[in-house]
Ligand binder design. Structure first.
Ligand code: GLC
Length: 516
Protein backbone atom coordinates (compact mmCIF):
# COMPACT_ATOMS: atom_id res chain seq x y z
CA UNK A 1 0.00 0.00 0.00
CA UNK A 2 1.39 3.33 -0.90
CA UNK A 3 1.85 5.91 1.79
CA UNK A 4 -0.72 8.10 0.07
CA UNK A 5 -3.47 5.49 0.18
CA UNK A 6 -2.65 4.72 3.84
CA UNK A 7 -2.99 8.39 4.54
CA UNK A 8 -6.33 8.47 2.79
CA UNK A 9 -7.61 5.51 4.84
CA UNK A 10 -6.52 7.22 8.08
CA UNK A 11 -8.15 10.43 7.08
CA UNK A 12 -11.34 8.50 6.25
CA UNK A 13 -11.30 6.81 9.64
CA UNK A 14 -10.74 10.19 11.32
CA UNK A 15 -13.56 11.74 9.39
CA UNK A 16 -15.89 8.90 10.36
CA UNK A 17 -14.80 9.24 14.01
CA UNK A 18 -15.38 12.97 13.88
CA UNK A 19 -18.73 12.55 12.19
CA UNK A 20 -19.79 9.98 14.80
CA UNK A 21 -18.66 12.30 17.54
CA UNK A 22 -20.41 15.22 15.92
CA UNK A 23 -23.54 13.10 15.42
CA UNK A 24 -23.61 12.19 19.06
CA UNK A 25 -22.98 15.78 20.07
CA UNK A 26 -25.64 17.08 17.66
CA UNK A 27 -28.09 14.48 18.95
CA UNK A 28 -27.32 15.35 22.51
CA UNK A 29 -27.55 19.06 21.76
CA UNK A 30 -30.84 18.59 19.95
CA UNK A 31 -32.16 16.57 22.87
CA UNK A 32 -30.99 19.19 25.37
CA UNK A 33 -32.39 21.94 23.13
CA UNK A 34 -35.74 20.26 22.74
CA UNK A 35 -35.85 19.52 26.44
CA UNK A 36 -35.18 23.13 27.34
CA UNK A 37 -37.70 24.25 24.74
CA UNK A 38 -40.41 21.99 26.13
CA UNK A 39 -39.67 22.97 29.72
CA UNK A 40 -39.78 26.62 28.65
CA UNK A 41 -43.04 25.98 26.83
CA UNK A 42 -44.51 24.26 29.86
CA UNK A 43 -43.48 27.14 32.12
CA UNK A 44 -44.93 29.55 29.58
CA UNK A 45 -48.12 27.52 29.38
CA UNK A 46 -48.59 27.34 33.11
CA UNK A 47 -47.69 31.04 33.34
CA UNK A 48 -50.42 31.65 30.76
CA UNK A 49 -52.93 29.64 32.77
CA UNK A 50 -52.15 31.71 35.87
CA UNK A 51 -52.29 34.82 33.72
CA UNK A 52 -55.58 33.77 32.20
CA UNK A 53 -57.05 33.23 35.65
CA UNK A 54 -55.86 36.60 36.89
CA UNK A 55 -57.15 38.39 33.81
CA UNK A 56 -60.42 36.49 34.11
CA UNK A 57 -60.75 37.63 37.68
CA UNK A 58 -60.34 41.29 36.63
CA UNK A 59 -62.73 40.99 33.68
CA UNK A 60 -65.43 38.94 35.39
CA UNK A 61 -67.44 41.93 36.68
CA UNK A 62 -67.78 43.13 33.08
CA UNK A 63 -69.37 39.89 31.90
CA UNK A 64 -73.12 40.30 32.23
CA UNK A 65 -75.52 37.38 32.34
CA UNK A 66 -78.90 37.43 30.59
CA UNK A 67 -80.47 37.57 34.04
CA UNK A 68 -78.59 40.78 34.83
CA UNK A 69 -79.64 42.21 31.47
CA UNK A 70 -83.27 41.43 32.25
CA UNK A 71 -82.90 43.28 35.54
CA UNK A 72 -81.49 46.28 33.63
CA UNK A 73 -84.55 46.07 31.34
CA UNK A 74 -86.96 46.00 34.27
CA UNK A 75 -85.23 48.96 35.94
CA UNK A 76 -85.19 50.99 32.73
CA UNK A 77 -88.88 50.31 32.15
CA UNK A 78 -89.76 51.36 35.71
CA UNK A 79 -87.71 54.55 35.41
CA UNK A 80 -89.41 55.36 32.10
CA UNK A 81 -92.89 54.95 33.58
CA UNK A 82 -92.00 57.04 36.65
CA UNK A 83 -90.51 59.80 34.54
CA UNK A 84 -93.63 60.02 32.36
CA UNK A 85 -95.78 60.81 35.40
CA UNK A 86 -96.98 64.34 35.92
CA UNK A 87 -96.47 64.21 39.68
CA UNK A 88 -93.04 62.58 39.38
CA UNK A 89 -90.31 64.22 41.41
CA UNK A 90 -87.85 65.31 38.71
CA UNK A 91 -84.94 65.12 41.12
CA UNK A 92 -85.79 61.55 42.02
CA UNK A 93 -86.25 60.33 38.45
CA UNK A 94 -83.33 59.18 36.36
CA UNK A 95 -84.69 59.93 32.93
CA UNK A 96 -85.82 63.08 31.13
CA UNK A 97 -88.54 61.34 29.03
CA UNK A 98 -89.08 64.64 27.23
CA UNK A 99 -92.12 64.98 24.93
CA UNK A 100 -90.72 66.38 21.67
CA UNK A 101 -93.87 67.82 20.04
CA UNK A 102 -93.36 65.47 17.10
CA UNK A 103 -96.59 63.54 16.66
CA UNK A 104 -96.17 61.60 13.46
CA UNK A 105 -93.68 60.48 10.86
CA UNK A 106 -93.62 61.93 7.33
CA UNK A 107 -96.36 60.76 4.96
CA UNK A 108 -94.57 61.62 1.73
CA UNK A 109 -96.60 64.79 1.09
CA UNK A 110 -94.11 67.09 2.75
CA UNK A 111 -91.89 69.34 0.63
CA UNK A 112 -89.66 72.35 1.01
CA UNK A 113 -86.19 73.78 1.43
CA UNK A 114 -84.56 73.79 4.86
CA UNK A 115 -81.31 74.54 6.59
CA UNK A 116 -80.17 72.26 9.38
CA UNK A 117 -77.56 72.91 12.03
CA UNK A 118 -76.42 69.75 13.80
CA UNK A 119 -74.62 70.25 17.11
CA UNK A 120 -73.86 67.31 19.34
CA UNK A 121 -70.35 65.98 18.88
CA UNK A 122 -66.92 67.50 18.58
CA UNK A 123 -67.79 68.81 15.09
CA UNK A 124 -70.91 70.40 13.87
CA UNK A 125 -72.56 70.27 10.53
CA UNK A 126 -74.57 72.68 8.43
CA UNK A 127 -76.85 71.18 5.80
CA UNK A 128 -79.07 72.39 3.02
CA UNK A 129 -81.94 69.97 2.53
CA UNK A 130 -84.49 70.03 -0.26
CA UNK A 131 -87.48 67.71 0.16
CA UNK A 132 -89.18 67.17 -3.16
CA UNK A 133 -92.16 65.14 -2.04
CA UNK A 134 -92.55 61.37 -1.67
CA UNK A 135 -89.57 61.68 0.63
CA UNK A 136 -87.17 62.39 -2.24
CA UNK A 137 -84.46 64.35 -0.48
CA UNK A 138 -81.40 66.23 -1.75
CA UNK A 139 -78.79 67.10 0.77
CA UNK A 140 -75.64 69.18 0.72
CA UNK A 141 -73.61 69.67 3.86
CA UNK A 142 -70.36 70.83 5.35
CA UNK A 143 -68.64 69.90 8.57
CA UNK A 144 -67.10 72.67 10.67
CA UNK A 145 -64.63 72.04 13.46
CA UNK A 146 -65.47 73.50 16.82
CA UNK A 147 -62.38 74.91 18.54
CA UNK A 148 -62.05 73.15 21.89
CA UNK A 149 -62.08 76.49 23.73
CA UNK A 150 -65.63 77.08 22.47
CA UNK A 151 -66.89 73.82 23.98
CA UNK A 152 -65.86 74.97 27.42
CA UNK A 153 -66.23 78.75 27.06
CA UNK A 154 -69.11 81.19 27.09
CA UNK A 155 -72.27 79.83 25.41
CA UNK A 156 -73.01 83.04 23.54
CA UNK A 157 -69.68 82.73 21.71
CA UNK A 158 -70.56 79.19 20.64
CA UNK A 159 -73.85 80.38 19.15
CA UNK A 160 -72.14 83.33 17.44
CA UNK A 161 -69.69 80.89 15.90
CA UNK A 162 -72.58 78.73 14.62
CA UNK A 163 -74.20 81.80 13.04
CA UNK A 164 -70.88 82.74 11.42
CA UNK A 165 -70.56 79.23 9.92
CA UNK A 166 -74.16 79.42 8.66
CA UNK A 167 -73.30 82.65 6.89
CA UNK A 168 -70.22 81.05 5.31
CA UNK A 169 -72.21 78.02 4.20
CA UNK A 170 -74.94 80.14 2.58
CA UNK A 171 -72.39 82.35 0.81
CA UNK A 172 -70.15 79.48 -0.35
CA UNK A 173 -73.11 77.61 -1.83
CA UNK A 174 -74.80 80.70 -3.29
CA UNK A 175 -78.03 79.76 -1.55
CA UNK A 176 -79.25 83.35 -1.60
CA UNK A 177 -78.91 83.66 -5.37
CA UNK A 178 -82.24 84.05 -7.20
CA UNK A 179 -84.11 84.41 -3.94
CA UNK A 180 -86.47 87.34 -3.18
CA UNK A 181 -84.82 89.92 -0.89
CA UNK A 182 -87.02 89.07 2.05
CA UNK A 183 -86.69 85.27 1.63
CA UNK A 184 -86.33 83.60 5.03
CA UNK A 185 -84.94 80.10 5.41
CA UNK A 186 -86.59 77.71 7.86
CA UNK A 187 -83.96 76.09 10.02
CA UNK A 188 -84.15 72.90 12.07
CA UNK A 189 -81.71 72.80 14.96
CA UNK A 190 -80.44 69.30 15.73
CA UNK A 191 -79.28 69.77 19.28
CA UNK A 192 -78.32 66.50 20.90
CA UNK A 193 -78.52 67.26 24.58
CA UNK A 194 -81.29 66.89 27.15
CA UNK A 195 -83.83 69.67 26.64
CA UNK A 196 -87.16 70.32 28.22
CA UNK A 197 -89.42 71.36 25.36
CA UNK A 198 -92.55 73.46 25.71
CA UNK A 199 -93.16 73.55 21.96
CA UNK A 200 -91.36 72.41 18.83
CA UNK A 201 -89.29 75.59 18.90
CA UNK A 202 -88.86 76.24 22.62
CA UNK A 203 -86.37 74.13 24.49
CA UNK A 204 -84.53 74.69 27.75
CA UNK A 205 -81.19 72.93 28.12
CA UNK A 206 -81.33 70.78 31.25
CA UNK A 207 -77.65 69.84 31.40
CA UNK A 208 -74.67 69.42 29.11
CA UNK A 209 -73.43 65.92 28.33
CA UNK A 210 -70.58 64.41 26.25
CA UNK A 211 -67.81 66.77 27.29
CA UNK A 212 -69.58 70.07 26.50
CA UNK A 213 -69.56 72.58 29.28
CA UNK A 214 -70.29 76.09 27.94
CA UNK A 215 -71.40 78.60 30.52
CA UNK A 216 -74.67 80.51 30.39
CA UNK A 217 -76.68 77.93 28.45
CA UNK A 218 -78.07 75.45 31.00
CA UNK A 219 -81.52 76.68 32.04
CA UNK A 220 -81.86 78.81 28.89
CA UNK A 221 -83.88 78.38 25.71
CA UNK A 222 -81.31 77.22 23.15
CA UNK A 223 -83.58 77.95 20.18
CA UNK A 224 -83.83 81.55 21.34
CA UNK A 225 -80.06 81.74 21.86
CA UNK A 226 -79.43 80.52 18.31
CA UNK A 227 -82.10 82.84 16.89
CA UNK A 228 -80.53 85.81 18.68
CA UNK A 229 -77.07 84.93 17.37
CA UNK A 230 -78.50 84.68 13.83
CA UNK A 231 -80.31 87.99 14.21
CA UNK A 232 -77.11 89.68 15.36
CA UNK A 233 -75.84 89.09 11.80
CA UNK A 234 -78.08 91.46 9.91
CA UNK A 235 -77.56 89.78 6.54
CA UNK A 236 -78.88 86.38 7.72
CA UNK A 237 -82.58 85.76 7.16
CA UNK A 238 -83.28 82.55 9.01
CA UNK A 239 -86.09 81.43 11.29
CA UNK A 240 -85.36 78.56 13.70
CA UNK A 241 -88.56 76.52 13.47
CA UNK A 242 -87.73 73.27 15.24
CA UNK A 243 -85.44 71.82 17.84
CA UNK A 244 -84.69 68.17 17.18
CA UNK A 245 -82.73 65.66 19.21
CA UNK A 246 -80.48 63.44 17.02
CA UNK A 247 -82.51 60.37 18.04
CA UNK A 248 -85.66 62.04 16.71
CA UNK A 249 -83.92 62.93 13.44
CA UNK A 250 -82.83 59.31 13.12
CA UNK A 251 -86.36 58.07 13.76
CA UNK A 252 -87.89 60.47 11.24
CA UNK A 253 -85.37 59.72 8.49
CA UNK A 254 -85.92 56.01 8.94
CA UNK A 255 -89.71 56.21 9.24
CA UNK A 256 -89.85 58.00 5.89
CA UNK A 257 -88.75 54.65 4.41
CA UNK A 258 -90.10 52.09 6.89
CA UNK A 259 -93.66 52.80 8.04
CA UNK A 260 -93.23 50.58 11.11
CA UNK A 261 -90.16 52.49 12.33
CA UNK A 262 -91.18 53.62 15.81
CA UNK A 263 -87.86 53.78 17.62
CA UNK A 264 -84.76 55.91 16.94
CA UNK A 265 -81.44 55.08 18.61
CA UNK A 266 -78.02 56.70 18.69
CA UNK A 267 -74.99 54.54 19.48
CA UNK A 268 -72.13 56.94 18.93
CA UNK A 269 -70.22 59.49 20.99
CA UNK A 270 -73.23 59.36 23.32
CA UNK A 271 -76.18 57.02 23.48
CA UNK A 272 -79.88 57.76 23.63
CA UNK A 273 -83.22 56.74 22.12
CA UNK A 274 -86.67 58.04 21.36
CA UNK A 275 -89.92 56.30 20.46
CA UNK A 276 -93.59 56.92 19.67
CA UNK A 277 -95.64 56.79 22.88
CA UNK A 278 -99.43 56.97 23.19
CA UNK A 279 -100.40 60.30 24.73
CA UNK A 280 -102.60 58.54 27.30
CA UNK A 281 -99.40 56.97 28.71
CA UNK A 282 -97.83 60.40 29.19
CA UNK A 283 -99.54 61.95 32.22
CA UNK A 284 -97.09 64.84 32.21
CA UNK A 285 -98.06 65.94 28.65
CA UNK A 286 -99.54 69.42 28.95
CA UNK A 287 -100.00 70.13 25.25
CA UNK A 288 -103.02 69.66 23.04
CA UNK A 289 -104.84 66.32 23.09
CA UNK A 290 -106.79 65.69 19.90
CA UNK A 291 -106.99 63.41 16.88
CA UNK A 292 -103.66 64.63 15.46
CA UNK A 293 -101.79 64.30 18.75
CA UNK A 294 -102.69 60.74 19.67
CA UNK A 295 -99.02 59.91 19.93
CA UNK A 296 -95.90 61.87 20.73
CA UNK A 297 -92.26 61.05 20.29
CA UNK A 298 -90.55 60.83 23.67
CA UNK A 299 -86.85 61.59 23.97
CA UNK A 300 -85.92 59.17 26.74
CA UNK A 301 -82.37 60.41 27.48
CA UNK A 302 -81.67 56.83 28.57
CA UNK A 303 -77.96 57.63 28.96
CA UNK A 304 -78.85 59.12 32.36
CA UNK A 305 -80.10 55.79 33.72
CA UNK A 306 -78.36 54.85 36.96
CA UNK A 307 -78.25 58.29 38.55
CA UNK A 308 -80.09 56.96 41.59
CA UNK A 309 -78.23 53.68 41.93
CA UNK A 310 -80.45 51.34 39.88
CA UNK A 311 -77.36 50.17 37.96
CA UNK A 312 -75.13 49.78 41.00
CA UNK A 313 -75.51 46.00 40.82
CA UNK A 314 -73.47 45.94 37.60
CA UNK A 315 -71.18 48.96 38.05
CA UNK A 316 -67.52 48.04 38.47
CA UNK A 317 -64.80 49.90 40.34
CA UNK A 318 -63.48 50.95 36.92
CA UNK A 319 -66.87 52.49 36.00
CA UNK A 320 -66.78 54.48 39.23
CA UNK A 321 -63.22 55.60 38.64
CA UNK A 322 -64.11 56.79 35.13
CA UNK A 323 -67.19 58.57 36.44
CA UNK A 324 -65.38 60.33 39.26
CA UNK A 325 -62.75 61.80 36.96
CA UNK A 326 -65.28 62.84 34.29
CA UNK A 327 -66.71 66.33 33.71
CA UNK A 328 -70.09 65.08 34.90
CA UNK A 329 -69.74 62.86 37.98
CA UNK A 330 -72.76 60.70 38.78
CA UNK A 331 -74.49 61.68 35.56
CA UNK A 332 -74.96 59.67 32.38
CA UNK A 333 -74.06 56.47 34.22
CA UNK A 334 -75.55 54.18 31.56
CA UNK A 335 -74.01 56.19 28.71
CA UNK A 336 -70.58 55.87 30.35
CA UNK A 337 -70.85 52.07 30.08
CA UNK A 338 -71.84 52.06 26.42
CA UNK A 339 -70.91 54.99 24.24
CA UNK A 340 -67.87 55.59 22.08
CA UNK A 341 -66.72 58.56 24.13
CA UNK A 342 -66.04 56.26 27.09
CA UNK A 343 -65.26 52.76 25.73
CA UNK A 344 -61.59 53.47 25.09
CA UNK A 345 -61.18 55.01 28.51
CA UNK A 346 -62.69 51.96 30.23
CA UNK A 347 -60.18 49.77 28.39
CA UNK A 348 -57.33 52.10 29.31
CA UNK A 349 -58.26 52.01 33.00
CA UNK A 350 -58.39 48.19 32.95
CA UNK A 351 -54.97 48.10 31.27
CA UNK A 352 -53.56 50.38 33.97
CA UNK A 353 -55.07 48.10 36.60
CA UNK A 354 -53.48 45.02 34.97
CA UNK A 355 -50.12 46.77 34.73
CA UNK A 356 -50.29 47.68 38.40
CA UNK A 357 -51.00 44.05 39.24
CA UNK A 358 -47.92 43.11 37.13
CA UNK A 359 -50.11 41.03 34.85
CA UNK A 360 -49.49 43.16 31.79
CA UNK A 361 -46.16 44.49 30.50
CA UNK A 362 -44.46 42.89 33.53
CA UNK A 363 -41.33 44.55 34.78
CA UNK A 364 -41.47 47.23 32.15
CA UNK A 365 -43.68 49.76 33.85
CA UNK A 366 -43.60 51.54 37.16
CA UNK A 367 -46.30 50.40 39.47
CA UNK A 368 -47.64 53.81 40.28
CA UNK A 369 -48.96 56.19 37.68
CA UNK A 370 -47.02 58.98 39.39
CA UNK A 371 -45.10 59.16 36.13
CA UNK A 372 -41.87 57.34 36.76
CA UNK A 373 -39.59 57.70 33.77
CA UNK A 374 -40.61 54.42 32.14
CA UNK A 375 -44.23 54.94 32.81
CA UNK A 376 -45.92 55.05 29.49
CA UNK A 377 -47.52 58.37 28.73
CA UNK A 378 -50.48 56.57 27.18
CA UNK A 379 -51.17 54.76 30.40
CA UNK A 380 -51.30 57.94 32.42
CA UNK A 381 -53.25 60.12 30.00
CA UNK A 382 -57.03 60.21 30.32
CA UNK A 383 -58.77 59.75 26.97
CA UNK A 384 -55.69 58.55 25.09
CA UNK A 385 -57.24 55.23 24.03
CA UNK A 386 -60.13 55.52 21.58
CA UNK A 387 -63.18 53.42 20.75
CA UNK A 388 -61.60 52.96 17.30
CA UNK A 389 -58.62 51.22 18.96
CA UNK A 390 -61.03 48.97 20.86
CA UNK A 391 -62.72 47.97 17.62
CA UNK A 392 -59.51 47.41 15.64
CA UNK A 393 -57.96 45.30 18.39
CA UNK A 394 -61.14 43.33 19.01
CA UNK A 395 -61.27 42.44 15.32
CA UNK A 396 -57.59 41.43 15.09
CA UNK A 397 -57.58 37.86 13.77
CA UNK A 398 -53.91 37.73 12.70
CA UNK A 399 -52.08 34.70 14.08
CA UNK A 400 -49.39 36.77 15.79
CA UNK A 401 -51.76 39.60 16.73
CA UNK A 402 -49.68 41.94 14.63
CA UNK A 403 -52.51 44.46 14.25
CA UNK A 404 -52.81 44.75 18.02
CA UNK A 405 -49.05 44.97 18.37
CA UNK A 406 -48.92 47.75 15.78
CA UNK A 407 -51.69 49.74 17.47
CA UNK A 408 -50.09 49.39 20.88
CA UNK A 409 -46.72 50.45 19.51
CA UNK A 410 -48.29 53.40 17.75
CA UNK A 411 -49.67 54.69 21.02
CA UNK A 412 -46.35 54.28 22.78
CA UNK A 413 -46.41 50.83 24.36
CA UNK A 414 -42.97 49.60 23.34
CA UNK A 415 -42.51 46.05 22.09
CA UNK A 416 -45.63 44.44 23.52
CA UNK A 417 -45.25 40.68 23.83
CA UNK A 418 -47.70 38.20 22.34
CA UNK A 419 -49.21 37.70 25.81
CA UNK A 420 -49.63 41.46 26.27
CA UNK A 421 -51.44 41.69 22.94
CA UNK A 422 -53.58 38.66 23.73
CA UNK A 423 -54.66 40.02 27.09
CA UNK A 424 -55.42 43.48 25.72
CA UNK A 425 -57.53 41.93 22.97
CA UNK A 426 -59.48 40.05 25.66
CA UNK A 427 -60.04 43.33 27.50
CA UNK A 428 -61.31 45.06 24.34
CA UNK A 429 -63.63 42.16 23.52
CA UNK A 430 -65.10 42.12 27.00
CA UNK A 431 -65.70 45.87 27.25
CA UNK A 432 -67.22 46.08 23.79
CA UNK A 433 -69.42 43.03 24.39
CA UNK A 434 -70.76 44.51 27.61
CA UNK A 435 -71.62 47.76 25.82
CA UNK A 436 -73.41 45.96 22.99
CA UNK A 437 -75.38 43.77 25.38
CA UNK A 438 -76.46 46.73 27.52
CA UNK A 439 -77.55 48.62 24.40
CA UNK A 440 -79.53 45.56 23.32
CA UNK A 441 -81.28 45.40 26.70
CA UNK A 442 -82.31 49.04 26.41
CA UNK A 443 -83.57 48.66 22.83
CA UNK A 444 -85.52 45.58 23.93
CA UNK A 445 -87.44 47.72 26.42
CA UNK A 446 -88.52 50.14 23.68
CA UNK A 447 -89.44 47.38 21.23
CA UNK A 448 -91.67 45.91 23.97
CA UNK A 449 -93.18 49.30 24.83
CA UNK A 450 -94.09 50.05 21.22
CA UNK A 451 -95.95 46.75 21.29
CA UNK A 452 -96.62 46.20 17.58
CA UNK A 453 -96.49 42.90 15.69
CA UNK A 454 -93.29 44.10 14.01
CA UNK A 455 -91.08 47.09 14.72
CA UNK A 456 -88.23 48.70 12.84
CA UNK A 457 -85.58 50.43 14.91
CA UNK A 458 -83.63 53.19 13.14
CA UNK A 459 -80.07 53.42 14.43
CA UNK A 460 -77.20 55.77 13.78
CA UNK A 461 -73.81 56.39 15.38
CA UNK A 462 -70.27 55.16 14.92
CA UNK A 463 -70.60 52.09 17.14
CA UNK A 464 -73.42 50.69 15.04
CA UNK A 465 -72.15 51.99 11.72
CA UNK A 466 -68.47 51.02 11.89
CA UNK A 467 -67.86 48.54 14.72
CA UNK A 468 -68.56 45.14 13.15
CA UNK A 469 -68.47 43.03 16.31
CA UNK A 470 -70.52 45.53 18.28
CA UNK A 471 -73.38 45.34 15.78
CA UNK A 472 -73.25 41.55 15.67
CA UNK A 473 -73.30 41.23 19.48
CA UNK A 474 -76.10 43.76 19.74
CA UNK A 475 -78.25 41.97 17.18
CA UNK A 476 -77.65 38.56 18.71
CA UNK A 477 -78.46 39.69 22.27
CA UNK A 478 -81.56 41.58 21.18
CA UNK A 479 -82.98 38.51 19.47
CA UNK A 480 -82.58 36.58 22.70
CA UNK A 481 -84.20 39.30 24.82
CA UNK A 482 -87.20 40.10 22.57
CA UNK A 483 -89.03 37.35 20.77
CA UNK A 484 -91.16 40.04 19.02
CA UNK A 485 -90.36 40.61 15.33
CA UNK A 486 -88.01 43.51 14.91
CA UNK A 487 -85.36 44.74 12.54
CA UNK A 488 -82.47 47.12 13.04
CA UNK A 489 -81.83 49.55 10.22
CA UNK A 490 -79.00 51.99 9.75
CA UNK A 491 -80.50 55.45 9.40
CA UNK A 492 -78.60 57.39 6.75
CA UNK A 493 -77.91 61.09 7.47
CA UNK A 494 -80.64 60.92 10.09
CA UNK A 495 -79.78 63.99 12.04
CA UNK A 496 -79.87 66.23 8.94
CA UNK A 497 -82.55 64.65 6.74
CA UNK A 498 -84.66 63.65 9.71
CA UNK A 499 -84.54 67.10 11.28
CA UNK A 500 -85.52 68.70 7.99
CA UNK A 501 -88.42 66.23 7.87
CA UNK A 502 -89.54 67.35 11.35
CA UNK A 503 -89.65 70.94 10.07
CA UNK A 504 -91.44 69.79 6.90
CA UNK A 505 -94.09 67.79 8.78
CA UNK A 506 -94.68 70.82 11.00
CA UNK A 507 -95.04 73.14 8.01
CA UNK A 508 -97.39 70.72 6.22
CA UNK A 509 -99.56 70.22 9.33
CA UNK A 510 -99.89 73.99 9.79
CA UNK A 511 -100.76 74.50 6.12
CA UNK A 512 -103.48 71.83 6.30
CA UNK A 513 -104.82 73.33 9.54
CA UNK A 514 -105.02 76.87 8.11
CA UNK A 515 -106.52 75.75 4.81
CA UNK A 516 -109.35 73.81 6.48
C1 GLC B 1 -76.24 62.33 24.91
C2 GLC B 1 -77.29 63.42 24.87
C3 GLC B 1 -78.50 63.01 24.06
C4 GLC B 1 -78.05 62.53 22.69
C5 GLC B 1 -77.01 61.44 22.83
C6 GLC B 1 -76.50 60.96 21.48
O1 GLC B 1 -76.74 61.26 25.61
O2 GLC B 1 -77.68 63.77 26.19
O3 GLC B 1 -79.41 64.07 23.93
O4 GLC B 1 -79.16 62.09 21.97
O5 GLC B 1 -75.91 61.91 23.58
O6 GLC B 1 -75.91 61.97 20.76
Amino acid sequence: MSSTSKYIIEVKIDVIKTLKLLGITAGALTAIGLGTYYIHQRIQRSKRVILRDEVKHVLEPFELTDEQLRRVMANLNTEMINSLKSDGDIDKNDLGMFPTYVHRGPNGQETGEYLVVDLGGSNFRVSHVVIEGRNRINLKNKIFLIPHSLLLGEGERLFDYIAECLQRFIDDNGLNLNKPVDYTFDLAFTFSFPCNQTSLSQATLVSWTKGFSCTGVVGHDVVLMLQQAIDRRKSLKIQVVALVNDTVGTLMACSSIYRDCKVGVILGTGTNACYFENIENVPKWTGVRNQTTKQVVINTEWGALGKHACLDFIRTSIDRELDESSLTPNQQVFEKMISALYLGEIVRLIIVDLVQRSILLPGRMHKSPSLGRDYNIFLSLRGSFYAKHVDDIECDTTEDLSVTSLILTSIGIQEPSYDDCYIIREVCKTVSLRAARLAAAAIAVLVNRVNLPSVTVGIDGTLFRHHGKFKKNLTRTLSRLVPRTHRLVLSEDGSSKGSALVAAVHRYTNEIATSS
